[in-house]
Ligand binder design. Structure first.
Ligand SMILES: *Cc1c(COP(=O)(O)O)cnc(C)c1O
Length: 382
């Protein structure tokens, strides 16, 4: 049993703020300066150099050929799925243990998610469960993988790197290649997380990140699609900018596009943020190390990346004994101004997804009862 009051006292040695929030962004003078420049130049909206700059710096940071900035992470995922050929009457394999945006973006394509269990150590899609499901339920054809039960195409697989812990993406990518299923990683939480020397979100046709206010770096709201395929990047850029053909004055839109582009004023914040990303990652690790020592000493599992992977420690978490202990922990910490949070309710339990196909989700259910997130902000930077 965890001594909850002792934990409250410990968290107050890491953070001096009251209450201690789950995650707050860190800003310096740079953000204000870049936003001020944006406003004085009038380039606040869909045209401006900060968007290009953010895209270039992000691509360089994660090691891909192109990044396309979007208005948030959900739209990044939606447009990446759309561009990959996720259409009505197709399936997308994903995990039930995730934030709702992962499956919502699948539904925006009028496709149907199928929920695959996660690994108990990574909290991300289990390659063993993925293979099991495919061996029992799918066949490969010239048009790709087909679900035997429904006859519908499996148009994509979307694993997610939970809280910044990389999932077994190499194995997943291998299985997807075998079955001819396009791989798109939801890397919204894992900017700065690696498998070996390769950044998460770069293993499939595309990966997506989020710059929401609670993520590792922020643009207020924002996101991006990462890809090594230049034609794919071009298509994404075209679709996110209303599918308008370049012309000096005429309005020609050659297909149904979206207004998903990131405004320049948000990108200005993003450039200032990405300049300090390495510093943020350093401080994240320092905070995680403190928690790790504390929880190791009292024999409670602190979430950590598996061997050969590196986490950005976006959100720290622990695994408690059972749901009752979890509820007591949430109740007492929150009453004492330490704003801990439970992991998400499984997406397969939500009203709009409860009838979707799923495997037994054994680990997902086990984790959903036991995992809580701990305050994980980095201290103020100079
Ligand atoms: C944050 C997040 C997203 C995207 O969120 P936006 O708020 O739209 O930027 C998608 N998937 C996961 C798992 C996330 O945590």
């Amino acid at each position: 049993m965890i001594k909850i009051n002792d934990f409250v006292a410990f968290s107050q040695t890491i953070y001096s703020e009251r209450p201690i929030v789950l995650h707050r962004p860190v800003f310096t003078q740079q953000e204000q300066e870049y936003v001020r420049d944006c406003i004085t130049s009038n380039f606040v909206s869909s045209i401006g150099k900060r968007v290009d700059e953010l895209e270039e710096r992000l691509a360089k940071f994660v090691g891909v050929k192109k990044a396309v900035a979007t208005v948030n992470g959900t739209t990044a995922l939606h447009v990446a799925l759309h561009c990959t050929g996720v259409r009505p009457d197709t399936h997308v394999l994903t995990q039930s243990l995730s934030f709702v945006a992962t499956t919502n973006s699948i539904s925006y394509c009028s496709a149907e998610p199928i929920f695959i269990d996660v690994d108990i150590d990574t909290l991300g899609m289990s390659p063993i469960s993925l293979r099991n499901w495919l061996e029992t339920n799918a066949k490969t054809t010239n048009e790709g993988a087909i679900n035997n039960k429904t006859g519908k195409r499996i148009a994509a697989c979307v694993p997610m790197h939970t809280f910044g812990l990389p999932c077994r993406i190499k194995e997943i990518s291998e299985i997807c290649r075998e079955y001819n299923i396009p791989l798109i990683e939801d890397a919204a939480e894992s900017l700065g997380s690696y498998v070996g020397r390769k950044h998460t979100g770069t293993f499939g046709i595309a990966g997506t990140v989020s710059f929401n206010g609670n993520k590792i770096i922020t643009t207020g709201g924002g996101g991006a699609v990462l890809t090594n395929d230049l034609d794919f990047a071009k298509k994404i850029k075209h679709l996110t900018t209303t599918a308008k053909k370049p012309h000096s004055y005429d309005y020609v839109h050659d297909e149904l596009g979206f207004n998903y582009r990131m405004p320049n004023i948000n990108a200005a914040v993003g450039v200032a943020q990405i300049e300090k990303l390495n510093e943020i990652l350093y401080h994240k690790k320092v905070v995680a190390q403190k928690y790790k020592e504390y929880f190791e000493a009292i024999n409670i599992r602190f979430l950590q990346p598996i061997n050969g992977t590196r986490s950005n420690y976006w959100l720290n978490g622990i695994v408690l004994d059972n749901r009752k202990e979890r509820d007591a922990f949430l109740e007492i910490t929150n009453a004492n101004g330490v704003l801990t949070r439970p992991i998400w309710n499984l997406l397969s339990t939500l009203p709009m997804y409860k009838d979707c196909d799923a495997d037994n989700l054994k680990n997902s259910k086990w984790l959903a009862d036991r995992v809580v997130n701990l305050p994980s902000s980095v201290p103020k930077l100079d």
